[in-house]
Design a binder for this molecule. Sequence first.
Ligand SMILES: [Zn+2]
Length: 367
Amino acid sequence: VTEARRFEAEYYDGRTAAKRHVQVEVEGERVRIHGASMDLDLATSELTIHPRVGSMPLRITLPGGGLLLAQADAVAQALPIPRASGLAHRLESHLGVVFASLIGVVLAAWLAYSHGIPWAARAIAFNLPASIESDIATEGLKAMDRYVLKPSELTAGRKASVTRVFAGLSDKAEGAGRDARLEFRDGNWIGANAFALPGGVVVLTDQLAVMMPDDEMVAAVLAHELGHLQYRHGTRHILQDSFAGLLSVALFGDASALTSLAVAMPTTLLHNGYSRDFEREADQYSYALLRATGRSPRLMAAALAELERSSVNNAEGCPAPKSDAPADAAPETPPKPRKPRARSDMGYLSTHPDTGDRIRAAEEAAR
Ligand SMILES: [Zn+2]
């Protein structure tokens, strides 16, 4: 038979401010709390004994909201008092948990960076009001016109025929490409180029139009740009590129931040281009669009080969060797082996994935 241990306490019922003086008797696993007009019998496991806090009375909470306040030293004779645990103590005893959560945080940050941002950018891009995207197009084109592009000098006839080709393509495009418009510009130092601005503007430079032997090859390039529009690559690129922009849109709904970012976008695009995934997506789209307008994806392969050939020649500053040269005009030096890749710095090819890979993919798609 275990002897009862007892201490005195103040009892609060948890409903009124009334304080009652009680005796607490602990015997084995039972606790009896009795005083004037009250008698409680509880299991020790029903009590929550709080750690000591300085010299304050010890708190013991009871089921149902009751509370006992007693001298800690007196309680210690009858019941075990848990050790106070400061933050440092808790961290020490849960070092494993701390490390695990640290790893968790790093992992979550990495996932957010590699998946979350592209995912959020995609979600936002596909839900932007059309007016915001058209602002991006307007501001982006303005910036390009101010810093890079010059007015087109293509003949009215060529413009008309390329515009007809473009209209035919965008007519078969779904979504963003459908309302797109084509703008002609002299490419200035970006040379033979084509790009799509979010909001539905495709810019074609005179140099690219002139380089292509016919409008059918231009069609391949335009179909690819319509793919960039279709998948909102421009807007997604801006958002992914600018975490701050993404945040301000997501948190504050401040889509005007996008417009100011758009001003810087063309230069970003011209230097870095889109990701390989975006380019592949745009190429895949172009094959489908070419087919939908009765053309073959092979046109893309032909257009790329033409771009590659011309840019290598331009970069080397000499024309391609002519096959119809007179037989007696023997060259004084043997022909130099062609450099594997010498392209102008700012051309269309510099911002796109390996041309050889793209040509192979287009030919594969044409089969
Ligand atoms: Zn592209």
